[in-house]
Design a binder for this molecule. Structure first.
Ligand SMILES: [Zn+2]
Length: 287
């Protein structure tokens, strides 16, 4: 089926979530889609495969490029230019009807309201904070913001301009602290790492008993319903995993978490997204 056997031989062949090796081919992509960021891969070397896991239902983007390494300092330069503050201000100033971040914050505010949680003073940790637009919006409600990001530029910007209460530069897996948070958020982050289950499990260990985790992931199943796969950003090369509601449930379970609420939406920007609120799994009554 594939003439480029050398490249394929070194590709990962198991699911990033559940490690199952029963993967169903969905598409082989040999050319960078027009709207995908150019990460400098030679056109002749461009090759990746979208494979659907039979076991957990996640779409895997299998290739040989190491995007996790790239996030340590280079990603923001490629994606955001050097003017991080100007970019931050431009997105902060988007009106509500065009802002994914304002809608995201509203979902969190509404959810806290449903749970009877007072926002003022809640400790919110955003993992993979990037431009910190989300924290910037959420801080308006009186929460205390904390962030983790591998990019030193993002961290400097979060401290200096966004005024977060604490920031850690590095991978969340390297973060060591006894501090517990009320809310931990992963906004379009888990699809960028090869082991999202470990990150989520670790987050469970940094949650207060009453705390919860908010997750946003690309919804591959919805994106494919009326679109061509290579046209959709959900399936672009920097996403190792692309989800369905079933695979989000699987991800939570593998990380010893339980889903409280999960919903499939089309965002203001046109992205197909699944958002979920999850909490630590309560001990089951054995019977
Ligand atoms: Zn799987």
């Amino acid at each position: 089926m594939d003439s480029n056997k050398t490249n394929c031989a070194s590709m990962k062949q198991a699911c990033y979530l559940c490690n199952c090796e029963e993967l169903r081919p969905v598409e082989v992509i040999r050319k960078r889609p027009a709207l995908e960021t150019d990460f400098g891969i030679k056109p002749s070397a461009y090759l990746r495969r979208i494979m659907l896991c039979n076991s957990c239902g996640v779409y895997n983007n299998l290739h040989t490029y190491d995007f996790e390494k790239m996030y340590f300092g280079k990603y923001n330069k490629d994606t955001y230019d050097s003017s991080i503050l100007a970019r931050y201000n431009a997105i902060m100033n988007l009106p509500s009807e065009r802002s994914d971040n304002k809608a995201r914050v509203k979902r969190l505010v509404d959810f806290c309201g449903e749970r009877g949680l007072k926002l003022k003073g809640l400790n919110v940790l955003d993992v993979g904070s990037g431009l910190s637009v989300f924290l910037g919006e959420f801080l308006k409600y009186g929460v205390k913001g904390y962030c983790i990001d591998p990019d030193p530029m993002s961290i400097e910007h979060a401290v200096r301009n966004v005024k977060v209460s604490g920031a850690f530069r590095g991978s969340f897996m390297e973060y060591e602290s006894g501090f517990k948070f009320d809310i931990i958020t992963f906004n379009k982050v888990l699809e960028h790492v090869t082991d999202p289950v470990s990150l989520l499990r670790k987050a469970g260990g940094h949650l207060k008993k009453s705390g919860f985790i908010y997750i946003e992931l690309p919804d591959g199943e919805a994106a494919l319903r009326n679109n061509v796969l290579t046209d959709r950003e959900e399936f672009f090369i920097e996403h190792y995993t692309i989800f369905s509601k079933r695979s989000v449930r699987g991800l939570s379970e593998l990380a010893s978490l339980s889903a409280i609420k999960s919903e499939s939406i089309i965002e203001k920007s046109g992205k197909y997204t699944i958002f979920s609120f999850v909490e630590k799994r309560h001990p089951l009554i054995s019977g």
